[in-house]
Write a protein that binds this ligand. Structure first.
Ligand SMILES: [Zn+2]
Length: 302
């Protein structure tokens, strides 16, 4: 099991009472290493930080330079939700670089997981909702432009709509965006993905898993992607403090296993990013992200 990680993921200094669960990355990583089964199966990787050239496949030069140089207007920095710091810049470039690394690794080995990423609220010229540079949109464009894939599926199962990805990739005929999300969740103003499945508040396991299976079957048959870039947001569970859906922990395991089974059966490489997950109880949020690693281990161990 190929896993991308860097200690910077949880090293970001945030003001006291900031609601972002920044320590979940380190806790998930430690849990993975300590696990008697998964810990033995894991191959750890860390790619180079993303370059300006890579970011520019998606983002405007002005936004890239302003974010990296710390000269974003206060309102633009506020919309991101993290205060500017050198650590934030380093962490951002590293986690985007690792999503790119995971995409190449998935092409080579079938599956790879970045223990961060999924920055789907990042638009070409601004960040939003804890997202700065849209890692999976950058990866999708890079794979297409370098001829490593003819068709890419960006599968977004975070509870929030992938509005930035939909906006950026709206005219990319060879990159398909599919989003299942809470219709009442942020962002209030939704963008048009290629396939959107807005789900009602309180959506339960059966409705969610039925919708996913139907949607994924349809899109895989229609588009036959060469790789799936998967945002495996953990904010779909009923305990999540921002999500409006009511999935059980077991349904998250079934969701991740469904995606992996379908990818594996069709021999489609799968690159996974963690996405969101917001609970004050960090053990609980790590439990939800853990389902992704468990599913990957059990689906791909042979
Ligand atoms: Zn989210």
């Amino acid at each position: 099991m190929n896993v991308f990680y860097h200690p910077l993921y949880s090293a970001l200094p945030l003001p006291a009472h900031h609601r972002f669960p920044i320590h979940k990355y380190r806790l998930l990583y430690e849990r993975l290493l300590a696990d008697p089964e998964l810990g033995k199966a894991v191959h750890l990787h860390c790619a180079e930080p993303a370059t300006k050239e890579q970011l520019a496949r998606v983002h405007t030069p002005e936004y890239i330079n302003d974010f990296i140089g710390g000269t974003l207007p206060a309102s633009a920095q506020k919309r991101i939700g993290f205060p500017h710091s050198d650590t934030l810049v380093a962490r951002t470039l590293q986690s985007v670089g690792n999503s790119l690394g995971a995409a190449y690794c998935a092409l080579e080995h079938g599956i790879a997981v970045n223990l961060a990423g999924g920055y789907h609220h990042a638009f070409a010229g601004h960040g939003s909702g804890y997202c700065i540079f849209n890692d999976l949109a950058i990866a999708a464009r890079e794979l297409i432009q370098k001829g490593r894939a003819d068709t890419v599926l960006l599968l977004d199962l975070d509870v929030h709509q992938g509005d930035g990805s939909a906006s950026i990739l709206g005219d990319d005929a060879d990159i398909i965006t599919l989003s299942l999300h809470g219709e009442q969740n942020f962002p209030r103003l939704k963008q048009s993905s290629d396939y959107d499945f807005p789900l009602p508040t309180g959506c339960d396991d059966a409705l969610y898993l039925d919708t996913l299976e139907t949607a994924l079957n349809l899109v895989l048959r229609l588009h036959q992607p060469d790789i799936i870039l998967y945002n495996a947001g953990a904010d779909v569970v009923s305990e999540d403090e921002l999500g409006t859906l009511s999935l059980s922990l077991d349904a998250v395991r079934q969701r991740d296993s469904l995606v992996m089974d379908m990818a594996k059966q069709r021999s489609i490489p799968l690159c996974c990013a963690l996405g969101g997950g917001y609970q004050r109880n960090l053990t609980r949020v790590v439990d939800v992200h853990w389902q992704l690693l468990l599913s990957a281990y059990h689906t791909y161990k042979e």
